[in-house]
Design a protein. Structure first.
Length: 221
């Protein structure tokens, strides 16, 4: 596959800010959109998320159960740090954030290209240029935030393909692709095992859905 890493664009300092990795034809957030970044967007635009409007987001229990008070600011009922991924966000809310930042949600093809195929001319962490991997962290799933009880702060797990973090696990990520009222999610989450992080593990979810397992990142032309 053709592709090169042209550089990393630092939009602002610190994990809560955007850091973009430039690939062939688009740039992608190095990590998932954070609580700090989403809070700044919501406060500036006056956004009140569906989870806030409706009393809380969802978690799987005996089916999908609403958790009172669970929002992107308090993803599991406790205040989040600004460097945790923003969850309890619908597809439309994620797309609005990305458009405001000058980007959009990635297509399935863009997300998969960034997650599984190393495109840098001088890869780090032992990755090989133009090689495709089974998992976003390599041939084996070690180092991802799988089979846990909660997500972790961005940039704290194992570095993955193209120098990206948490393309596998931590939280599912909304993808641009739609199928009627459903939208695609990719990458798996902390609650799932490694198989969900593979390219064949992508799942359709209602675009209006918001849950503790689902976040997002943006791409840019």
């Amino acid at each position: 596959m053709r592709g090169f890493l042209f550089g990393i664009v630092l939009v602002a300092a610190g994990p809560a800010a955007a850091e973009r990795v430039e690939l062939d034809g688009f740039a992608v957030d190095r990590w998932e959109v954070t609580v700090g970044a989403f809070t700044a967007f919501a406060e500036r635009t006056g956004l009140v998320t569906e989870a806030e409007r409706n009393g809380g987001g969802f978690e799987w229990g005996a089916g999908w159960e609403r958790r009172p008070g669970w929002t992107y600011k308090t993803p599991q009922g406790r205040p989040a740090s600004e460097n945790e991924p923003a969850v309890h966000v619908t597809w439309g809310e994620a797309q609005a954030f990305c458009r405001d930042a000058g980007g959009r949600l990635p297509t399935r093809e863009e997300w998969a290209s960034a997650a599984y195929t190393e495109q840098r001319t001088a890869p780090s962490a032992g990755f090989e240029q133009e090689r495709s991997y089974t998992y976003p962290v390599g041939d084996e799933p070690d180092g991802m935030n799988n089979n846990r009880s909660h997500h972790v702060e961005v940039g704290t797990t194992k570095e993955g393909v193209n120098g990206l973090y948490d393309m596998g696990a931590n939280v599912w990520e909304w993808v641009a692709d739609r199928q009627g009222d459903d939208a695609l999610t990719a990458g798996g989450s902390w609650w799932y095992g490694p198989r969900a992080t593979r390219i064949d593990g992508m799942q359709w979810k209602p675009a209006s859905f918001y849950a503790v397992y689902v976040g997002f990142r943006c791409v840019y032309e």
